[in-house]
Design a protein around this ligand. Structure first.
Ligand code: CP
Ligand code: NVA
Length: 309
């Protein structure tokens, strides 16, 4: 498979609208096959290396189950147990690992680490979450929205809480898929506009008041107040984010048909109330399940390109 031009998936803007349409169509197809218990092994004999520098439940399981269901095999690598944890240069690790497997997923800290790894890899590299982005999650979230409501184009998404890796990924997606992203975060935790491109900014609106951000929104979404790697800020964040808890009153501002999403894991009583996350507008379990289906489509696309179905 090394003769093809290598494509990586390091951030949401790595794919075009047309490519997203293809990947979503494949995800629907693969999901249907899975639901029908049909065997389908287009990636037989392929090995996926999964490198984790941070904890994970969904990402690990969905990639491991996903490659297995496509006929391949996964190798879990925790940096603590590998030479990466003892200071082996990331470039050397990329050279070695990419000579032995067909595709690699990494969850790490800085996006620069991921980029350096990809620059030295002979095979496709997928971002399994960095401090800056979480594209596989937003891929699943938008697929979920489209399953429930047909299309996200022209819709309004309200992001309530930390302007974190998920928020910046939603920001990139807004421009590509053509929806408005409203972001409401407390002072000190707001979006750095300099991180977004001039083409991206017109798709983003910032709100001081989270209730105002939800007014008429088609989707309300949030995430933890303290992301992995920022644990020392936990107490300060708890205080700063106290008014940014998605509750029933906030959801009542949104469109009556609005959905609620959270990438999980969630903290009921912090960024969202139990009433909302366990309520009728919440699609968090569908979102989590769809990680499996979209990432199968993603791996198939990165390794085989477009195939008919
Ligand atoms: N949403 C998500 O990426 O979950 P994990 O941290 O469990 O992988
Ligand atoms: N923003 C969170 C997402 C976890 C899936 C984090 O980075 O910890």
């Amino acid at each position: 498979m090394n003769s093809k031009k290598i494509r990586h998936y390091l951030q949401f803007k790595d794919f075009s609208l047309d490519e997203y349409a293809y990947v979503f169509a494949r995800a629907r197809y693969l999901k249907q096959k899975f639901k029908n218990y049909e065997t389908y092994h287009p990636l037989h004999d392929c090995t996926l290396a999964m490198i984790f520098e941070k904890n994970s439940t969904r990402t690990r399981l969905s990639f491991e189950a996903g490659i297995h269901q496509l006929g391949g095999h996964a190798v879990f690598m925790n940096t603590k147990d590998t030479q990466l944890g003892r200071g082996e240069p990331i470039e050397d690790a990329a050279q070695v690992i990419s000579r032995m497997v067909d595709i690699i997923m990494i969850r790490t800290f800085g996006q620069d680490i991921l980029q350096r790894f990809a620059d030295h890899s002979r095979v496709p590299v997928i971002n399994g979450l960095t401090n800056e982005y979480h594209p596989c999650q937003v891929l699943a979230d938008i697929f979920t929205y489209c399953e429930q409501r047909a299309s996200i184009s022209g819709k309004t998404v309200a992001w309530i809480g930390d302007a974190n890796n998920m928020a910046y990924t939603w920001a990139e997606a807004a421009q590509i898929l053509g929806f408005k992203l409203r972001i409401s975060a407390p002072p000190g935790y707001r979006l750095e506009r300099a991180r977004l491109s001039a083409e991206n900014l017109p798709w983003i609106e910032e709100y001081d008041d989270p209730f105002a951000a939800c007014e008429g929104a088609d989707l309300v979404t949030t995430d933890v107040w303290t992301s992995m790697g920022f644990e020392t800020e936990n107490e300060a964040r708890r205080q700063a984010f106290a008014q940014w808890c998605v509750n029933a009153a906030m959801m009542a501002q949104a469109h009556p048909e609005a959905l609620f999403m959270h990438c999980l894991p969630a903290h009921r009583g912090e960024e969202v109330t139990a009433e909302v996350i366990d309520g009728p507008q919440s699609v968090v379990w569908e979102e989590a399940e769809n990680r499996l289906h979209v990432q199968k489509a993603l791996m198939e696309f990165l390794l085989l390109g477009r195939i008919g179905h």
